[in-house]
Design a protein around this ligand. Sequence first.
Ligand code: NAD
Ligand code: TYD
Length: 342
Amino acid sequence: MKNILVTGGAGFIGSNFVIHMLGKYDGYNIVVFDKLTYAGNRDNLLEVSDDPRYHFVRGDIADEAAVDAAVQQYQIDTIVNFAAETHVDRSIMDPDAFIKTSVYGTYVLLEATKKFGLERFHQISTDEVYGHIPAGYSSREGDSLVPRSPYAASKASADMLVNSYFITYDLPVTITRGSNNIGPYQYPEKVIPLFATNAMDGEQLPVYGDGRQMREYQYVLDHCQAIDLVLHKGVVGEAYNIGTGVEMENMTMVEILLKALGKPMSLIRHVEDRPGHDRRYSLNIDKIKALGWEPQHTAEEAIIKTAKWYQENEWWWRKIKSGEFKAYYQAQYGARLAEEDQ
Ligand code: NAD
Ligand code: TYD
């Protein structure tokens, strides 16, 4: 591994991964290949922008000619695919781009891996591919994929394509399935940055339904370290769950967040639930632990650290929240917030 194409590297997790890899290793060149959708943001990569080992290409993973040109120009030997449309609520409003990017786009990247004989294709997947998990059970990597939102279905489809290329063409692939990430540079449509920035402005926090849904909130750099480990020590053809192994109810998360920000609980507002909302995700992380990884943060530590970052980095999120975001917020929350408290 020497020249790594990081697709979706201008997004939240991708940019944290690029910063992590350039900071930890001397010998890798990193090419970020990103379409710069509303979620892509070159501000996320400012701290590495002068590094001679870092390059940026604007392109769509569903565009075969653009992918092939980048692979050839930079003599890429490894692809790490973060590129995706990532927000469940937007996938409910309009699934089109989710299918184009995660299904067709992943296919294009797999074809490039095959055509140019790359050393590794790594797919960044999610715990959402397993669907809602009943109490008392944690998903294992071999479990059936039962996605329940268009977002989760687009990601599960990509996982299946990746597996099929391993079985059919012997392609050197690996997959990681992460739980909910939080930390610096997360677009403020996702729950923690949305709630943190709303709270800082004294606005209501729209909690879906009873708020007793459960998620495994993990710190983004823990996730990046695990991806790094799988790239170096993972077994080809295998998938690895990455989380904390401990899930938390959304109401608990909101209380920790408001306390960390010094804001009142009266900002909590229960609104109409998300259609098909998965109540619980839970990952069994024995397999990644056996490779030699442990999460470095509990969910509570991750929430507090993330709240502090948003408090200290208004330069980053204020310009996002004043743009396209306002129309999205109105479409997603306007009617819900106008209704009586749920
Ligand atoms: P994000 O929305 O912050 O970033 C996605 C990036 O992909 C953006 O920079 C965007 O411009 C780019 N992109 C979108 N479509 C593209 C295309 N067609 N071609 C090239 N670039 C494109 O997402 P994120 O939260 O950083 O998630 C990254 C990956 O991790 C995704 O694959 C997601 O499914 C997965 N994941 C996310 C979480 C989470 O909690 N955020 C958890 C598990 C897995
Ligand atoms: P989100 O950050 O959208 O991640 P995902 O749905 O992919 O897990 O949401 C995390 C949890 O927070 C999920 O249970 C839905 C809930 N949520 C709210 O209650 N209100 C909101 O405004 C949002 C965006 C999410």
